[in-house]
Design a binder for this molecule. Structure first.
Ligand code: GLA
Length: 388
């Protein structure tokens, strides 16, 4: 479904639910990270792109004092009293929305009561940033409703804060930044220290980005993510640097004896991954797809062996893709996002997409016993106001 078709659909759903057409429609995309995993909270580089899957919100002013957010997936309404400071509450999914409203209130904005229909095509729990899409969509709706734009960096940080404080997930800045700042046909090279961004064109029609959802989600992410963050901080402390961005592979080797072996491996991943990300961006600029592909495999193995955030299902997809190889049209493949399930991303020859998808689906089913979901996305635009 194109964004236009999706918008029409959501507009109709709003009319059916609230009995009148919407006054505003906004959309914010999910993302896939091409390379640069678990580097954002280490002040490193990431190279994500927004995908053609969106959280769309259609809205109008409400005649009541509280806002109603009806979510079409959960088929339930979150009532949020906006005349007072918004706090955490039920249902659980509404906390992403609540956190963003609270962020606007803390900036001194008075938020009007709204009737909102929320409809998302970003798969939930697939590691494609459905939560960032929900946050950024909310922020974009609030900007539209109050008639004031927030600076894009501030907006992304406000959404990240919502995730920290209202969803209890101590994420980095990647997901919210790309959902705000994505650009059609471009990857976003983000320096997570300076927050400087560079758009890297990915518009070569001969290559495609394939996204493969393992359709498993191991419930480890909650506890493992903060543990990884702490291990990285511990490594930086031993190395005497503010963050692993400032560490070198040589310094790490020299300090190996002073470090817990697990902490050492975590740091080895991060230091190597930051370097791979910068090289991959150069590879994309030069359309050097085999090099980018090799860096993607190296990233996966490092996440699997040193960072230990992969799982058998993600490894299976990568091994199947690797076996197809460049001759079969696959340049590279890796897990993407936080890990422990969710999706893999592959860079492939555009004219081989169908054959590759079929082969991966069949082999994955044979090996794991479940169907993966496989799709292609061009790099999409970040958050947009469709009707204002
Ligand atoms: C999650 C977080 C991001 C990032 C990735 C790993 O998606 O939300 O900030 O840390 O994991 O790269």
């Amino acid at each position: 479904m194109t964004l236009n078709e999706l918008t029409d659909h959501v507009s109709q759903l709003f009319a059916k639910t609230f009995g009148r057409p919407p006054r505003w429609i906004v959309a914010a995309p999910g993302r896939v990270n091409v390379i640069g995993e678990h580097t954002d909270y280490n002040d490193g580089f990431v190279l994500p792109m927004a995908i053609e899957f969106y959280t769309v919100m259609a809205a109008d002013l409400s005649s009541s004092s509280s806002s109603s957010f009806f979510d079409t997936l959960f088929k339930e309404t979150a009532q949020i009293e906006v005349s007072q400071p918004v706090l955490r509450g039920d249902p659980k999914w509404s906390n992403y929305i609540r956190g963003v409203i609270a962020g606007f209130q803390q900036r001194g904005e008075k938020i009007p009561a709204l009737d909102v229909l929320v409809h998302s095509t970003v798969p939930l729990g697939g590691g494609l940033s459905s939560s960032a899409a929900l946050e950024v969509s909310t922020a974009t709706l609030l900007e539209t409703a109050i008639g004031k734009k927030v600076d894009p960096v501030e907006k992304a940080l406000l959404c990240q804060k919502a995730e920290h404080e209202f969803a209890g997930m101590p994420c980095g800045i990647m997901d919210q930044f790309i959902s705000v700042m994505g650009r059609k046909n471009h990857l976003l090279l983000l320096d997570c220290r300076s927050r400087r961004t560079e758009l890297v064109p990915l518009d070569d029609p001969s290559v495609a980005v394939l996204i493969m959802n393992t359709n498993v989600k191991h419930e480890l992410t909650g506890s493992e993510y903060p543990t990884r963050r702490r291990q990285c901080e511990a490594a930086a402390k031993i190395l005497g640097v503010p963050s692993l961005r400032d560490a070198t592979a040589d310094a790490l080797e020299a300090a190996k004896g002073k470090m817990d072996p697990v902490v050492y491996r975590r740091a080895r991943h991060v230091i190597g991954e930051i370097e791979r990300t910068v090289h991959a961006a150069e590879g994309v600029r030069a359309s050097n797809w085999p090099t980018v592909g090799q860096l993607m495999y190296a990233s996966h193995y490092s996440l699997r062996d040193d960072y230990q955030v992969s799982c058998p299902e993600l490894d299976a997809v990568v091994e199947i893709a690797k076996a197809i190889g460049v001759t079969g049209g696959v340049y590279g493949c890796r897990m993407t996002g936080g890990g422990f399930g969710g999706c893999c991303v592959a860079l492939v020859k555009a004219d081989a997409v169908e054959a590759i998808s079929k082969k991966i689906a069949a082999d994955y089913k044979k090996k794991i016993g479940i169907e993966p979901t496989i799709f292609v996305s061009r790099p999409a635009a970040g958050a947009t106001v469709i009707k204002s």
